[in-house]
Design a protein around this ligand. Structure first.
Ligand SMILES: [Zn+2]
Length: 135
């Protein structure tokens, strides 16, 4: 099992389901490619924010979204543990996104990237290549 080096579980799941960092079933939710990808991005580009609810912020659905969550698409990759929205703090989001496109999604780790948004949506959907889409 892969656990993130740089991200806590509370950054990846919403408060209504969070049961602590060692609750394995929540790590099991995620496709490990997604978790590996955000660690690589963090290592290369510096600090990135995902969910902020633990510190009193409003973001809670940037990682896993329960099926009861009506934010985003009905079959959003977030609902399958295959998507994460990052906000890079030390680097421009477009620079990071372009790097991921140029490296073909970190050599295939990432298969979906959303364009024209202020955050960095990455996912590892069932796709051969890199699926680029707009909101
Ligand atoms: Zn997203």
């Amino acid at each position: 099992m892969y656990k993130c080096k740089y991200f806590k579980l509370y950054e990846l799941v919403p408060p209504e389901i969070y049961k602590g960092e060692d609750y394995l079933k929540h790590w099991f939710i995620f496709d490990d490619r997604c978790l590996r990808a955000i660690d690589i991005i963090r290592e290369k580009f510096g600090k990135c924010v995902v969910n902020t609810w633990k510190g009193g912020g409003s973001h809670r659905y940037r990682g896993f979204r329960p099926f009861t969550c009506d934010i985003g698409a009905y079959y959003s990759q977030h609902k399958f543990g295959r998507a994460i929205d990052l906000v890079p703090l030390d680097e421009d989001v477009n620079t990071v996104r372009q790097y991921l496109i140029d490296t073909k999604g970190l050599d295939g780790l990432i298969t979906g990237i959303e364009l024209d948004v202020d955050w960095l949506h990455i996912d590892c959907r069932n796709y051969n290549g890199l699926y680029l889409f707009r909101p």
